[in-house]
Design a binder for this molecule. Sequence first.
Ligand SMILES: Cc1ncc(COP(=O)(O)O)c(C=O)c1O
Length: 388
Amino acid sequence: MTLDEQTRADFPILRRIVHGQPLVYLDSAASSQKPRQVLEAMQSYYEQTHDEAARDAVRVFMGARVREEVIFTRGTTDGINIVARALALTLEPGDEILVTEMEHHSNLIPWQMVCRERGAVVKAVPVVGEGVLDQDAFGHLLSPRTRLVALAHVSNVLGTINPVTDMTRRAHEAGALVLLDGAQAAPHLALDVAAMGCDFYVFSGHKMLGPTGIGVLYGRREVLERLEPGLGGSEMIKEVWIDHAQWNDLPWRFEPGTPPIAEAVGLHAAVVYLDKLGMARVEAHERALCRIAMDALERIPGVTLYGPRNAELKGAVVAFNVEGIHPHDGAALLDERGIGVRAGHHCAQPLMRRLGIVGTLRASFSVYNTAAEIARLSEAVQSLRGAL
Ligand SMILES: Cc1ncc(COP(=O)(O)O)c(C=O)c1O
């Protein structure tokens, strides 16, 4: 049985009829649909004992060594900001944060903010060729002033899977910490943060079959232990006096406020669901869809694809443009045929500038998508060309 045959019935929304046709949902990179197992777990959470089981499940899912390394956040953006606020307390004027040209704004703006505050500098590794990072330039940009390298594990536009284990090793040799933005990787690849060696790894629940409002920040224990929290209140303290306080133990030290408990229960159900499918199967299914989509779209005259052409080198997204059609118009026309894709700059304006375009269309895939849906996409894109 293929993965979509196995999973489709679990996603009630996919039975929806849009403009007389079954909905084709190709925007899971923005937010995936949720299986009924996740919805039911959240509905019944008040009846369950919340014994931090979600944290243990996430620890195993991502390959963290100990539960103290698993911090619950509101999402990828929140996780990056938690690290940025903590690092801000240690940055000196002239220090450098190294990002890349393919970052989502969420992995850029927090660094701009702390650098402005502390007199530090943001630098970026260029994107070259088919949409990969210039590894020579990376070597030259690393310096004794580099305090942190912050980069996407998988690009949300190009789909590029970056060589994060090697880049982490090189960054460490230069004395820098490493934060990996796993928003597009966690739903798609088997993770092993300990093997990658990174210091921080962040992702969002809502892109991996789970609810909104929950995400994960992995922090290597040795690093978390020496960082001061940059955000305060509620769960992150042990004992409080009027003029000072004693921080809580890890991981709660970096979890200010009342935790999103129902959402953690939902994320737990999503992780259980993905584990049952097996991440190797999830990856193979989504990779096959990606390959079919690239093969079909590439054959249509006037279509330009962005990112690596080899599906082995990319995540579950295919960004493309159709000559003579603005991405927003293209998305509106596809929507009329019941096909939901995303259009625009995808919160990656520096990358758009590097590619010399205003935006792209983007189809992205999850466990429930089928080859037949990709065929409907390519027929519809073909008819866009015909409509010109
Ligand atoms: C690579 C990447 N980073 C960060 C984000 C931000 O995620 P969130 O809005 O869940 O915080 C996204 C979401 O689109 C993303 O694709």
